[in-house]
Design a protein around this ligand. Sequence first.
Ligand code: COA
Length: 273
Amino acid sequence: MKIADVLARDLFRGKTAFITGGGSGINLGIARNFAALGANITICSRDLGKLDRAAVELRALGAQVLTVSADVRDAKAVAAALETSQAQFGPADVVISGAAGNFICEAEKLSPNGFKTVIDIDLLGSFNVSRCALDQLKATRGSLIFISAGLAWLPYSHQTHAAAAKAGIDALMKNLALEWGRYGIRANSIAPGYIGETEGTDRLAQGPVLDAVLQTTPLARLGTTDDIGHAAVFLASPIATFITGSVVVVDGGHYLEGPALLNAAQRKLSAQA
Ligand code: COA
């Protein structure tokens, strides 16, 4: 199923989506869905080569695409990336804060700098992107979308750093929804489950952990990057204009079972390493 077979191909014509981490994985999947519905796309990450390869794919869908390099931890670089995007496409209508970093490491082995690194990319990065995009979002009465995860509210083994960061992102999202609603800006999070063919799932769910994911997902499959793209399109679309401050869970029902089985598999895997 292609999104343009279901929704109007020009739903986002003349609108701009600014997407951090848009060079690969879930965020590229989001970019692909907005591109297929007519949006101009700015993708932003540290790795310009990766962005340029992604841009080829997005342009093949008919989108105008801009690639800008910035580390989301650097507010000045983020501000410059947003200015470049505005100069090309006008103010952003949709801002997706998807850039993230993660790895498997139990808390007792994690260095303070390892913890800080993930907090800085995920949480500080999300604040930088939101804060720097504020004027553009005011101009468009736009939509902010954050990428959270189930570990924001349930403890996953070896994920202290990412859990703290994602819980912080959801708190940030709710506070911005509260404060910026008066500008017509909506803020929401998407909490993806395990998504196939992404660096995240490759890094976080190996062997028996991946088996445990499938056993604890009622819909019995990994998600696709399009599953997350579809949720983002919905949240940014004219049929979601009263939705703000929400976490939309897109995980095939995995959170209903919770991470106990995964945690046991991860602990066993680490003990063998
Ligand atoms: N286990 C434990 N600690 C780790 C680690 C791991 N696998 N990988 C990095 N760290 C620690 C480092 O040891 C370092 O701490 P130290 O100075 O006390 O030794 C700290 O994290 C920073 O590492 P560094 O490699 O300098 O950070 P970076 O900014 O270059 O990279 C990461 C950030 C670590 C998140 C890296 O994995 C990355 O860039 N990931 C991007 C893609 C990604 O993670 N995608 C998946 C999203 S789910």
